[in-house]
Design a protein around this ligand. Structure first.
Ligand SMILES: Cc1ncc(COP(=O)(O)O)c(C=O)c1O
Length: 414
């Protein structure tokens, strides 16, 4: 057996793997150039005066088969638009998973609602419907369901709970472009679907986001107005109906988005096919990949896996260091080695000045975020290895990744 790279041996992965960080793992080319050059030549860089943002919204809505799409500046902006649409009272509760990006919780806190963290399923790391149910109170207004790693959450069970308790459901599809649950596209099952086009996502505009829905105006406010200063522009004149930020997407982002959307099916298929091939290469060993639920199509934002730690002589952080030395592009735990509620924003209520709002409001739910609030999520964050994934993984990359993982496991086997 060759020495591990961490001990001075040769790396299992020659060169570097395709990366979302640059052109090695992103497919941006003539189509994006053409769309962008249209915008620049036109001199109209804002959606107020150019056609691309509206066209991007129409095409995105058509691909998902929904009646409304609102383009915004990021995935966080999409989720914030959704929560502004819901218009919670200060102190109302919104349930979410602690295994998600901070962009899922920022909108809740920004609207002075209380984030309530439900635990996750030990296999998929998606929000656990039983834990949602345990956390419902008279103040619960909504559930934000993140389809984490690109794999759909258990939507039948979640929608049944939402129906029973009259809760609004926002799907966080930042990592789940074209993922599907029993034949339905994620983002179209709940009330609203929110997407991110940040650099690492299945399709990218650098930063950017989209909210999709089949409804509008339910809480007395238009979805589009929620990302546009509360401004009903369609009525003409200047009017501001309620507090809302400016989250406009620019025509430059929309131009890239239009070109990327045309390739999205191909990108997603390539990610899934490569992940399936890697799972086949790794099968029968100590690697336990996080797989989509039966009846769903997961779209592999990351390729995530656990290792049977009983059979390893080293702790996971050491294993990760050895994998990195072999050339693996990954990390332990998403969003980090601790769940979301353990970050200062939430645990220490670092919000508005020194007020600690909304956590310090009278009569609101007070969780101690400095404990193992969600034990399954805590463990998932400590033990799961997430590898960055792209649509440009080829067979020789996959073979080298599998070799690297096997090499480290062999060296550190009990
Ligand atoms: C699950 C999830 N939710 C929300 C976000 C926020 O998206 P953005 O980074 O575009 O604001 C991200 C992206 O990082 C994400 O992965």
């Amino acid at each position: 057996m060759q020495d591990l790279a961490i001990n001075g041996g040769p790396r299992a992965i020659e060169g570097t793997l395709p990366s979302f960080r640059d052109a090695s793992g992103r497919t941006l080319g003539d189509e994006e150039m053409k769309e962008l050059s249209d915008v620049l030549k036109s001199g109209s860089l804002s959606f107020l005066v150019g056609p691309k943002t509206g066209e991007f919204e129409r095409q995105f809505a058509a691909r998902y088969g929904v009646s409304h799409a609102v383009a915004v500046s990021s995935g966080t902006a999409a989720l914030h638009t959704a929560v502004i649409y819901l218009n919670p009272e200060p102190g109302d509760e919104i349930i979410l998973s602690p295994i998600t990006d901070v962009g899922t919780v920022i909108p809740i806190i920004s609207q002075l609602a209380i984030p309530v963290f439900a635990d996750v399923d030990p296999n998929t790391h998606n929000i656990d419907p039983a834990s949602i149910e345990r956390n419902i109170s008279t103040r619960t207004r909504a559930i934000i369901v993140t389809h984490v790693y690109g794999h759909p959450a258990d939507m039948d069970a979640i929608m049944a709970i939402a129906k029973k308790h009259n809760l609004f459901v926002i799907e966080d599809c930042a990592q789940a472009h074209l993922a599907s649950y029993k034949g339905k596209l994620c983002g179209t099952i709940g009330n609203l679907g929110c997407f991110s086009f940040q650099q690492s996502k299945h399709m990218t505009t650098g930063d950017g986001g989209m909210v999709i829905s089949n409804e509008d105006g339910r809480f007395g406010r238009g979805l589009r107005h929620c990302s546009d200063k509360g401004w009903p522009r369609e009525r003409g004149g200047r009017d501001h109906l309620f507090l809302a930020p400016n989250y406009h997407m620019t025509e430059l982002q929309a131009a890239v988005g239009l070109a990327q959307l045309k390739k999205l099916d191909r990108f997603v298929k390539a990610r899934v096919d490569a992940a399936d091939r890697l799972s086949a290469l790794l099968s029968g060993g100590e690697v336990i990949p996080v797989l989509p639920l039966p009846g769903t199509t997961g779209v592999y934002f990351f390729y995530s896996f656990r290792l049977d730690s009983q059979r390893l002589s080293r702790p996971i952080p050491e294993v990760m260091k050895a994998l990195t030395a072999e050339g693996i592009d990954g990390f332990i735990g998403y969003p980090g080695q601790i769940p979301l509620y353990r970050y200062p924003l939430i645990k220490e209520h670092k919000t508005f000045g020194s007020s600690g709002l909304p956590f310090t409001l009278d009569g609101v739910r007070k969780d101690d975020f400095d404990t193992e609030l969600c034990p399954v999520a805590e463990r998932a964050c400590r033990e799961t290895i997430c590898m960055w994934w792209t649509d440009r993984m080829e067979d020789h990359h996959l073979r080298q990744i599998a070799d690297a993982i096997r090499k480290v496991i062999m060296a550190y086997r009990n």
